[in-house]
Design a protein around this ligand. Structure first.
Ligand code: FMN
Length: 189
């Protein structure tokens, strides 16, 4: 029973839907399926989705990995699947029996910057960058969270904790209260 590791790059066929939670709905469905299936097959690894591209890393028994890879390659939610790594593995390097996800947007942005990459393009990853990407996923402790790289970039100012309408109401209430105090004080003296 030989262990292997496999990594590939692919291109999503769907247009990313903007979401507030940061999880693209198609990717969230893939995540759910992976979490349901992979532990049963003793498969571990990680998935990263950004700039409409996927990078996935899998570890497990050779047959289980290759069987799943054949299924994944036929999936119409992506295309141009390019194998980056497919080789024997001495021992497992992931502790959890699930799929991991790159959680910290800042880490990924910093990682890409270090590589001189302006976008997430796993097709251009050489061996070294692949290993660093895997390490980034391995270190991730947020198994339940998937961050969409595109949404991870700072695009807009963070939302104010209270809406402008509520803020205006509070100001008005303050003015009315102040007026009441002043009027009350004038009555007393
Ligand atoms: C980028 C990508 C990664 C995927 N990764 C996995 C995976 O790790 N495990 C898995 O079971 N399915 C994965 N899938 C989904 C499979 O292609 C397939 O839809 C699924 O295994 C079918 O599972 P089901 O028979 O339980 O519905 C992935 C699909 C895509 C597009």
């Amino acid at each position: 029973m030989a262990l292997i590791r496999l990594a590939y790059a692919s291109e999503a066929t769907f247009d990313a839907s903007p979401t507030k939670s940061g999880v693209e709905p198609n990717v969230a469905r893939i995540l759910l399926t992976s979490r349901r299936n992979n532990p049963k097959k003793g498969l571990v690894g990680g998935l990263y989705y950004g700039d409409n591209r996927f990078f996935q890393y899998l570890e497990g028994e050779e047959r289980a990995v290759h069987e799943l890879y054949e299924t994944i390659k036929k999936d119409t939610r992506h295309r141009n699947v390019k194998t980056l790594i497919d080789e024997p593995l001495k021992e497992r390097t992931f502790k959890n029996w699930s799929m991991k996800y790159v959680p910290v947007a800042g880490d990924v942005a910093a990682f890409l910057k270090r590589q001189g990459l302006s976008e997430f393009n796993p097709y251009a990853f050489d061996r070294e960058v692949c290993e660093q990407m895997i390490e980034l996923i391995r270190k991730s402790s947020h198994d339940d969270k998937l961050i969409n790289h595109s949404e991870a970039r700072p695009t807009a100012a963070p939302e104010a904790p209270v809406s402008s309408g509520v803020r205006m109401g509070l100001i008005l209430a303050g003015v009315v209260l102040l007026g009441a105090f002043v009027a009350g004080g004038m009555l007393l003296f």
